[in-house]
Design a binder for this molecule. Structure first.
Ligand SMILES: [Mn+2]
Length: 354
């Protein structure tokens, strides 16, 4: 990210500590569980670490629990040692897979990440964890419930862990989007997004547990400042591209906190492409960030378009040569793409001069 946007994003994420505390106060929640990757780094700067812990210490009424995730695992021993020294009394570091009494008749079963790759389901110990009769059992773990490669299949958390371990609620972290796995198992997502992977603003979950064995009440509350959005603008011949684009963009007054990535696809004439890129470039300063890619956009040239480059002479010879290469089935797709980009650029230069 460019420097100023980067600074705004960092600050928005930091402000989420206060936002979560405010939210807890508003809902009369006593505890905030951070399900891993709070620092998202093994060696956050001293300022990041210290200012976070100070912000959490601001109100005694709210109790914070910090779980080591895979990006700030227990392998970062210096981070956790320092935090142990700095943490105020209302901040609990869940550094061992041992029951923690959270409140009267509420026991937390945390599964801290010992290393970046654990190689096993860290929540398994919850099955046999003993808690006093009638206590609400809350699990807290970090990692995927589903693996996307053979390699880390051993790391995944059993999706039915809540049932197996008789948990009243299982709070999961790692996935940055909010997601329900089953009625007692949720990923809260991140309170402030930092990537395009999950559309929308960050959020937090307000979870109410009325007693052991009762179903949890879960409410999703939006906490994020920045809206991250990915769009595919599929350009169809015969429609007004600029209208199509403007329908995808938020209102001009609401763009400052929006990061948008637009994938241009479909077919378009060089003139329309030119107009579209101009419209995008014109809108760009409204946004925290607006980027577009035209990797799957096919620009279709007609003889008229080549005439606009030039009717004869060296530029027209270059245009004709590139045009032939774009449509030459004997050339590889890569070589055709190079010719297409060169032709687009030539068209763009000539239009700029015109
Ligand atoms: Mn993680």
């Amino acid at each position: 990210m460019p420097g100023d946007v980067r600074g705004r994003l960092v600050e928005a994420r930091f402000q989420k500590i206060d936002a979560l505390a405010d939210l807890a106060e508003r809902y009369k929640a006593s505890h905030i569980l951070l399900a891993g990757d709070t620092f998202d780094a093994e060696t956050p700067s001293p300022a990041t670490r210290r200012q976070a812990i100070r912000a959490m210490g601001r109100s005694d009424a709210i109790h914070w629990v910090i779980l080591p995730g895979n990006h700030d695992s227990l392998a970062a021993d210096e981070l956790w040692l320092t935090l142990q020294q700095e943490a105020p009394s209302n901040v609990t570091l869940a550094l061992a897979p041992e029951p923690i009494t959270l409140a009267e008749r509420v026991t937390l079963l945390p599964a801290p990440c010992p290393a970046r790759r654990a190689g096993r389901d860290l929540s398994a110990w919850m099955d046999s964890a003993e808690t006093p009769d009638g206590h609400i059992r809350v699990g807290l773990a970090h990692g995927g419930v589903q693996s996307f490669s053979e390699d880390d299949a051993t790391d995944t958390i059993a999706p039915d862990r809540a049932a197996r371990a008789q948990l009243d609620y299982l709070a999961l972290g790692d996935w940055h989007g909010c997601m329900q796995i089953e009625p007692r198992t949720w990923y809260s997502g991140t309170p402030e997004s930092d990537q395009f992977k999950h559309d929308g603003r960050g959020c937090a979950l307000v979870v109410s547990l009325s007693g052991a064995g009762a179903d949890p009440e879960v409410e999703t509350v939006q906490t994020g400042q920045f809206l991250w959005q990915q769009h595919t603008l599929d350009l169809v011949p015969g429609t007004d591209r600029i209208t199509q684009l403007s329908e995808q963009l938020p209102a001009a007054s609401e763009r400052r906190d929006v990061l948008m990535q637009i994938e241009l696809s479909g077919r378009v004439s060089p003139g329309d492409r030119d107009a579209l890129l101009k419209a995008l470039a014109d809108a760009e300063p409204d946004f925290a960030r607006l980027v577009w890619r035209e990797t799957s956009l096919a620009v279709e040239y007609e003889v008229d378009d080549l005439d606009r480059i030039d009717r004869a002479g060296v530029l027209r010879v270059a245009a004709d040569t590139l045009y032939a290469q774009v449509n030459d089935p004997k050339l590889s797709a890569d070589d055709q793409a190079i010719a297409r980009n060169a032709l687009n650029r030539l068209y763009g230069y000539v239009m700029e001069l015109a």
